[in-house]
Design a protein around this ligand. Sequence first.
Ligand SMILES: Cc1cc2nc3c(=O)[nH]c(=O)nc-3n(C[C@H](O)[C@H](O)[C@H](O)COP(=O)(O)OP(=O)(O)OC[C@H]3O[C@@H](n4cnc5c(N)ncnc54)[C@H](O)[C@@H]3O)c2cc1C
Ligand code: FES
Length: 265
Amino acid sequence: MTLEEAIVVEHLPDAGGYWRIELRAPAIAPRVRPGQFVHVRLTAPADAILRRPFSVFRTEDDRLELLYKPVGRGTRAMTELRPGAVISLLGPLGRGFPTPAPDRFPVLVAGGYGMAALYLLGRESGRAGIVFVGGASAVDVLCVPEFEALGWEVRVATEDGSRGLRGQVTDAFDAWAASELSDRTPELFACGPNGMLRAVGERAIARGWTAWLSMDRAMGCGVGACLTCVQKVRDPSHPDGWTWARVCREGPVFECREIVWEDDV
Ligand SMILES: Cc1cc2nc3c(=O)[nH]c(=O)nc-3n(C[C@H](O)[C@H](O)[C@H](O)COP(=O)(O)OP(=O)(O)OC[C@H]3O[C@@H](n4cnc5c(N)ncnc54)[C@H](O)[C@@H]3O)c2cc1C
Ligand code: FES
């Protein structure tokens, strides 16, 4: 883990209210693994003193790119950063996605900024699989050209039906699994809202597949010290059958069988 003053190279609005920010970070960028994140300190507003976690979307030589949506004070202030500005990064952090198993068919499932967490995995997996991406409307569907350029097949679902299948991303996955999976065994990699992650995990458990889920938790320190980000995980050695894991250290990626969802206990 490295603390680095990164320089903004480019910063532009993208589809669906998202922004892409490219940063020169020579000490961090070359070491990022798929699914890891950086913890970003913003200098403004003054009350946004805690760092904010962002998945690393792309890396290229000494640069890394984040894909983010302004949702609150910190991320709204982030949109004001101009090329040449300096921001403090801590990273790369967390346990990212494992390399896809050679005897499984890689399947990525993304909602919202999930595409940002999954792109590096798609690029570095060594072979192409299929990506399911969901959003409320066509404008919320991100990164399709990037995945297609890697040779991945992309299936889209939107809640209003304006692009791809009408429904949720798991509906598109179910339709494909029912008719096109044939005798292949998928290995699932997912990032998105908790409800989507849970739905993906339930499908994997029911069918005996492996599913790696990138969990989203509000974070404080990002390095395992403050326990802001804890998640219940199964632990057969504990009398209750579960214990706490720190999403920033033991995660953000967990195999679906590790996760204890709140009404499971
Ligand atoms: C490992 C990890 C990777 C992430 N990667 C990305 C990414 O690639 N792109 C991206 O856009 N966002 C990502 N996020 C979410 C991002 O960290 C939050 O959106 C950001 O911290 C919000 O900061 P803020 O100051 O703008 O919002 P705040 O003012 O702190 O909060 C504004 C609103 O956003 C909600 N919020 C705050 N943090 C989160 C969170 N972690 N998840 C959901 N809602 C939250 C708050 O409850 C509140 O309603 C990631 C989160 C984690 C844990
Ligand atoms: S954010 Fe502090 S322990 Fe995870």
